[in-house]
Ligand binder design. Structure first.
Ligand code: MN
Length: 337
């Protein structure tokens, strides 16, 4: 059995430079840039500096960590919030460069790396073309760092991206980022906007918006991957179904719940999950019990989490089928041969 870790992050030098310039300008409209990301990339010491160094490395440091901890392959993607904080043209250019760099790194490290494509959703048609181009370079899916300027993938404008992903049969990985501006204020006051809690809230809302609005009725073969054990959603599935059934019988009161089926039906057919940063035995086994052994894949969340801690913790999890959890489901979902 091989171990594939599927939510592993990288950044290009030019992306980090562009983030720094944006933060220096006050990052208008992107409060998470300063309060969250600023802590990470505007430091030259401690944990933030270590993460920044590891993000831009697609070579010895990364492979060394993998070797030291028994990880055979990383599925690598552009780190949060990616290019989605920029204007369309800047984002398109940074995404294309990141995809070229990642594809080269994948080719240079067989079979240790696989990658996901970055896109700028603000330019949906260009993004759709970039998905196709990136898959042609050998990348295995698409990374979306949750909201784009406060908008989510249920917005009609983003349909070209969903159409492309479905038509090309490639998964969309929806990864956290600091919450949309309208959701931020109560979190900032206690520094909860990041991976402590805000990431999960933001991304769970994103997925749930897609579910209740019927995105998966329109794109029944669309495949979405969520990290962090499905961002908490499996814990709620039973309640989602009961409450949405109630809402369905009172459509005047719930005009936005237009999905044809129960939330759990989409969740269990269109969504896969990783264990990134959450390789905690009771939680992993709960998700496996709710969603079955074919929907959950191992991840570390490198370099934000320590490989050793996550690998050791996952080794203590009594998953039903370790081969599926560590290797086979990832191969099937992302088409990794
Ligand atoms: Mn992550």
């Amino acid at each position: 059995m091989k171990k594939i870790a599927i939510e592993e992050a990288f950044a290009t030098e030019s992306l980090i430079d562009a983030w720094r310039a944006m933060i220096a300008d006050g990052a208008p409209g992107e409060p998470g840039m300063i309060q969250h990301l600023g802590r990470l990339i505007n430091t030259n010491r401690g944990w933030g500096a270590q993460v920044a160094e590891r993000l831009v490395d697609l070579g010895d440091i990364r492979v060394g960590e993998m070797d030291a901890n028994g990880i055979d392959m990383q599925l690598i993607a552009i780190t949060s919030p990616g290019v989605q904080v920029f204007d369309a043209d800047t984002g398109n250019a940074l995404a294309a460069e990141a995809n070229d760099i990642l594809a080269e790194a994948v080719k240079a490290h067989p079979p240790r790396f696989a990658g996901l494509a970055a896109i700028q959703p603000l330019a949906p048609k260009t993004a759709a073309l970039e998905i196709e181009r990136a898959l042609g370079l050998g990348l295995k899916g698409v990374m979306i760092n949750s909201h784009t300027k406060g908008e989510y993938l249920d917005a009609i404008a983003y349909r070209p991206i969903l159409e492309a992903a479905e038509a090309l049969d490639t998964p969309l990985y929806i990864h956290p980022r600091p919450a949309a501006p309208a959701m931020m204020a109560p979190m900032f006051e206690r520094h909860l906007e990041g991976s402590m809690w805000g990431f999960q809230t933001e991304t769970a809302v994103h997925a749930l918006r897609m579910i209740v609005s019927g995105v998966f009725d329109d794109f029944p073969n669309l495949r979405v991957v969520l990290g962090h054990l499905g961002e908490g959603l499996p814990f709620w599935l039973d309640r989602f179904d009961r409450i949405s059934s109630r809402g369905r019988n009172a459509t005047d009161a719930y005009p936005f719940w237009t999905a044809k089926r129960l939330p759990s039906e989409y969740f269990l057919e269109n969504i896969w999950m990783s264990s990134s940063g959450h390789n905690w035995d009771p939680a992993v086994r709960f998700v496996e019990e709710v969603a079955g052994e074919d929907r959950l894949m191992f991840a570390v969340d490198y370099p934000y989490e320590e490989c050793k801690q996550q690998v050791d913790q996952a080794a203590g999890v009594k998953v039903k089928n370790p081969e599926k959890f560590y290797e086979l489901t990832a191969r099937s979902v992302f088409g990794i041969t």
